[in-house]
Design a protein around this ligand. Structure first.
Ligand code: DC
Length: 217
């Protein structure tokens, strides 16, 4: 790792505001933001499009072999197609969570993420950034909030996008994803020992962003 570059690693459960915070910190500090969840979502989208079940290991391996996922100027590119607008649905969320439990999927995407962050300063968010992707990151945070508060934020987002859902459904989906993400064998979601806990339940996005930026300066 070059000395002039630094990494900010952010982990945490769904709906904690990680990506909103990371995007704003990146803008303020003039560094790149890498949304690793979007990469798992892009693969989930491709598997759904091909009607492949999340437990069809051989088929997923074959698809993965011929899949290219990239991030370019904030957009997520799946095999040359910009899919940023298609990956935030509840179906794709569950597909991403399910396919990310496969060790072979993680191996390929983690390698790509490490490459993206090796020759520039980046802020990266996900579930395994502090322990697996960038264990030597200079700054590590575990960003979370109560499940009700996370569901409230996600529900508001989904309503704004015109998705038909209820608060109860959103809360149940958040809890299901938390369970899947933290109980899988491969790199389960957990707070790294050396990551600082940031409970954002009673914090505004601006407060979290300022907190991180002040630490980095
Ligand atoms: O952050 P997100 O909600 O967009 O992530 C979608 C899913 O991808 C999430 O449920 C778990 C998985 N994921 C992961 O396993 N590791 C990461 N670094 C990022 C996301």
């Amino acid at each position: 790792m070059s000395e002039k570059y630094f990494q900010i690693a952010i982990d945490g459960p769904s709906g904690a505001g990680k990506s909103t915070v990371a995007k704003a910190v990146a803008k303020k500090l003039g560094i790149d933001y890498i949304d690793t969840g979007a990469m798992y979502r892009a693969l989930g989208l491709k598997l759904l499009r091909n009607s492949i079940g999340m437990d069809e290991v051989e088929k997923i391996k074959a698809v993965l072999d011929e899949t290219e996922i990239d991030i370019c100027q904030g957009d997520i590119i799946l095999d040359g197609e910009v899919v940023s607008g298609l990956i935030r649905t509840p179906e794709v969320s569950m597909a991403a969570s399910a396919c990310s439990a496969h060790g072979f999927v993680r191996e390929k995407l983690v390698k790509a993420q490490q490459k993206m962050g090796e020759s520039k300063s980046v802020i990266m968010d996900g579930r395994d950034i502090c322990e697996v992707v960038f264990p030597h990151a200079e700054y590590k945070y575990y960003v979370t909030a109560t499940d009700e508060e996370r569901a409230r934020r996600r529900y508001k987002e989904l309503l704004e996008k015109g998705e038909e859902t209820t608060f109860e459904e959103t809360l149940a989906a958040i809890r299901e994803r938390d369970y899947n993400d933290s109980h899988r064998a491969a790199s389960p979601l957990r707070q790294a020992e050396d990551a600082q806990l940031l409970d954002t339940t009673d914090m505004t996005i601006e407060e979290v962003v300022d907190y991180i930026c002040n630490k980095v300066k």
